[in-house]
Design a binder for this molecule. Structure first.
Ligand code: CA
Length: 615
């Protein structure tokens, strides 16, 4: 507030002049005296002017002493009239104050209106110089209100904040997100993500070139988000210390956790594997809030109807009617899949299971529901390594389930180099998008950067297809998703999908080549002394850049991009033993496809980390 009072000035009349004239003096004799003395008065009249005897003309100069007046004069000269007050007079009443200042109009806080001044000093109107009245005090202009906010800018391309794969995710505090083998539960509009923090995850994130086998349990972590990108660390639901305090043994394997909300007890229930005695068991813990610290409740060593009494891998599935299930494979061999409800009264027990699949060993079991069908998904038994992702589906959660299939494209890059971990469905206002949350156990397998790789699923009829994207976004409100800027369209670009020595890498067509350890990133690179090619489809029209890291035993290698609707492009690869980044720019794709790869004659080119991205 910038309110100023107007200062006003008293209009003063001019000071009265002092007595200006002096009276002439009567003459004592007949002899004319000198003229009446003038005095210092400015407007003194002359001394006597009458014709008294001997009188003379009054003085004509300002004298200091008046002469004697003529004797006969009836009276002395009239004194100078005393002047009255000065002619300046008080001012008229002040005029009105200045206009009220107007407020600012910009979006920033407006300044107060300009302070108006008081009325001007009026011109004297009275001969006696009455003191003019000052202008009335005026208040300052009212403080302007802020301008209206600028209009919201036009939205960018569709989509929410970007999901970046192939990096270590950070929480809102900037710390790595440690969440592996977990599950997501939605409470209100907030997604709560439960997973396990292992000792090896911490050391791997700090130094990702060095894998380790540290599966020690640190905590079950909880992160929350409303946009599925910005994750806030809420709490450690369980820690090694809290397990010890509850009489449990934190040196056991603890993993594959999930959560559910029981409306009867109004408790959030955390469940997972606990490698206790006598065999792998289920554990249960509860909390009054989804993001709170959980209290260890009990373990369950045996699940009725499950071969070998308990689970190989498992996760919690929350159906849209509020009921919760455990989905799992059997312990030791893992060749059967089951669905088992949690005890309705409190979710603190796994009820007798229904077998829904028998065949090859499966793990990484997790379920989602889409368009009225239940999909039970799983991986190969590849240990910590990546795998194709399999599914069976049914319209009844307890079956019967149909023939097993492979989730589309997961065979081309081994599910973006992950194992099936969790699924969550973004039920938006426009559509439902199922997110495949893959676990990249990079800490224990060394297969690349990042623990969490999330991709959208699409469907061809009832058949799910994984969109193996490195950058994309999903709008939590509408459920719509889109490819993000800089997405790498190459599948298995770092040759990490194949966990063993092979001559035909997933996603590529090759001659005279093999994988080799010692990649530019991750464990593996590809060595080609013939050809290596990947045909990429469904590319939006536009200009692309192709890049790769290479080293070569000699000359004769070429990086190329062709079949994109323009003139083929290639780049000679120089001889060199150090990793070098090479790229081809200006690939104007107009037909939706592009072949990328390397040919080599006379040299062995080692290559890693292809990127084809739209400019
Ligand atoms: Ca690699």
């Amino acid at each position: 507030m910038n309110r100023l009072l107007v200062t006003f000035t008293f209009c003063t009349g001019l000071a009265l002049l002092s007595n200006c004239g002096s009276s002439g003096k009567d003459s004592a004799s007949g002899k004319g005296g000198a003229g009446g003395g003038g005095t210092t008065g400015l407007s003194a009249a002359g001394g006597g002017t009458t014709s008294g005897i001997g009188g003379s003309t009054g003085g004509t100069t300002l004298g200091t002493t008046g002469g004697a007046g003529g004797a006969s004069a009836p009276s002395g000269g009239a004194g100078g009239a005393t002047d009255l007050g000065g002619t300046a007079a008080g001012g008229a009443a002040g005029t009105t104050g200045g206009a009220v200042g107007s407020g600012g109009v910009s979006s920033s806080d407006a300044a107060a209106g300009a302070t108006d001044t008081g009325g001007i000093i009026g011109t004297g109107a009275r001969a006696d110089g009455a003191i003019g009245t000052g202008g009335t005090t005026k208040t300052g202009g009212t403080i302007g209100t802020g301008g209206i906010a600028g209009a919201t800018g036009a939205g960018g391309a569709p989509g929410g904040p970007l999901i970046h794969n192939d990096v270590f995710w950070k929480d809102t505090s900037g710390n790595p997100i440690y969440s592996q083998g977990g599950g997501v539960l939605k409470a209100g509009n907030t997604y709560y993500w439960y997973g396990v923090k292992y000792g090896g995850a911490v050391t791997y994130a700090a130094s990702p070139t060095k894998l380790n086998d540290d599966t020690s349990f640190v905590a079950v972590t909880i992160y929350s988000s409303t946009d599925l990108v910005t994750w806030k660390f809420e709490n450690n639901a369980l820690t090694a210390a809290s397990l010890t305090a509850a009489g449990a043994d934190p040196s056991n394997w603890i993993g594959r956790v999930g959560a559910a909300y029981n409306a009867t007890t109004k408790k959030y229930v955390l469940n997972g594997q606990y490698g206790g005695s006598p065999d792998t068991a289920q554990f249960f813990a509860t909390s009054d809030t989804p993001g709170g610290v959980f209290t260890w409740q009990r373990t369950q060593p045996t699940i009725t109807n499950v071969t070998n009494n308990n689970c190989g891998d498992q996760s919690i599935f929350n159906d849209d009617d509020g009921t919760a299930y455990l989905v799992c494979s059997s312990l030791s061999g893992r060749s059967n899949l089951y669905v088992a409800p949690l005890r309705p009264s409190d979710y603190l027990n796994v009820e007798p299971a229904t077998k829904v699949f028998g065949g090859a060993g499966r793990e990484g079991n997790a379920m989602f529901k889409y368009n009225g069908r239940y999909y039970l998904c799983s991986s190969d038994l590849h240990g910590w390594n990546a795998s194709h992702s399999y599914y069976i589906s049914a319209t009844n959660i307890l079956g019967p389930y149909g023939t097993e299939g492979v989730i589309g494209t997961t065979d081309a890059d081994f599910s973006h180099v992950t194992q099936t971990g969790l699924f969550l469905t973004v039920q938006g206002s426009a559509q439902a998008t199922v997110i495949f949350g893959g676990d990249r156990w990079s800490d224990f397998a060394g297969n690349g950067i990042g623990f969490n790789q999330w991709m959208p699923l699409t469907f061809n009829g009832a058949a799910p297809i994984m969109q193996s994207l490195s950058v994309w976004s999903v709008e939590a409100t509408t459920g719509a998703w889109s490819v993000g800027p800089g997405n790498n369209y190459v599948l298995n670009p770092s040759f990490e999908a194949d966990r063993v020595t092979i001559t035909q890498p997933a996603g590529w067509t090759t001659t005279n080549g093999t994988n080799a350890t010692g990649g530019y990133s991750g464990r593996w690179a590809w060595q080609v002394s013939g050809s290596l090619d990947q045909q990429i489809a469904d590319l939006p029209s536009g200009t692309y850049t192709l890049s790769a890291w290479v080293k070569s035993s000699g000359t004769g290698g070429q990086l190329y991009a062709k079949g994109f609707g323009g003139t083929d492009k290639s780049l000679a690869i120089a001889s060199g033993t150090s990793w070098t980044d090479v790229s081809i720019n200006g690939i104007a794709v107009s037909n939706g496809t592009c072949d990328v790869g390397i040919t080599s004659t006379g040299a062995t080119v080692t290559v890693d980390d292809f990127v084809l991205s739209q400019n």
